[in-house]
Design a protein around this ligand. Sequence first.
Ligand code: ZN
Length: 292
Amino acid sequence: MKLIRFGAAGNERPGVWLEPATPAERPMLLDVRAMAFDIEDYNEHFFAHFGLERVANLLREPGRKLVPAEGIRLGPPVARPGKIICLGKNYAAHAQEFDAKIPESPILFSKAGSALSGPMDPIILPKNVTRVDGEVELAVVIGKTAHHVAERDAFAYVAGYTVLNDVTDREAQRAAGQWFRGKSPDTFCPLGPFLVTRDEIPDPHRLQLTSSINGQVLQDGTTADLIFNIPFLIAFISATITLLPGDILATGTPAGIGSARTPPVYLKPGDRIECAVEGIGRQNNPVVKDIP
Ligand code: ZN
C-alpha cells in the first residue's frame, strides 16, 4: 500500500494512493476517514492499533470512497511523528566529501517535527540564510514500539518507507556545536509523498536514490552503500532510546550534495529540487524566499 495524507496543511486526511490500472486512467485516492471515521490520522495510535491491517481491509470493501488525486495537495504521510532521528555521514563517499572522517559508530541527530512539510510544498529560505542545500534520504517509519530489539527481529518493527529531504542550513550547521538549528527551520523536512508499506519493498538495501536541482543531477547513490544498515540502526538506537510507532528514522544521504561541490551549489529562490528513492517515491519542491 501507498499511504498518503491529503488536504490543506495542518488539516490533512488519511488516504491511500491508488495507481491507475492503465495509462489512460488517472490516479485516485481512497478517503480513509470517509469509510472509517475513527481512523483520525496516520499517527502513533494508528500504527499501534492495527491501522495498516484496517486500511488494507478498507481497500477490499465494495463501497470504497474514492477521490481523483489530480490537483490535491499531499502532506507528509505521517502525522506529527514523536521523533525524527537522522543519521550523519552514513555513506562513506558522503563522509569523505563532508569532512573526510568515516564514523566508527552511528552519528545521530534530530530534526524538529515542525520542520515537516509536504512532498511538493515550497521550501522557504529564511531571511539572510544563503547556504542551504538538500539531502535525499530513505526514511524508515516505525510500526510498533521498539525497545531492546535484536538485529534479526528489526524489520518486524518497520511499518514502511518514505522519502525525506534533509534540507540543511550549512552555515548554521557548521557554526554551532550541534546540528539541530541548521537542520530544523520550518519547511526543511519535506516528507513523502508515500509511506510505502514494508511488504512492497523486499530489500530496502538496494534502492537507487537521486536528487537534482533544476534538472541537474547532484546525488545518485544506492542504499547498498549504507555504512550502518537498517537492522543495525534499529538495534543500536532501541538499546537506549525507545522507538515509538510513527517515529521517523532517516538513514543518511549519499555523496554529491551541493554544498560540497566546487563551486558550491546552494538553493535559491526560483529553483526546484527533486528527490527520489526507487520504488518509494519522488518529491519536487519549489524554493521560495521568506515573506518579509
Ligand atoms: Zn541527512
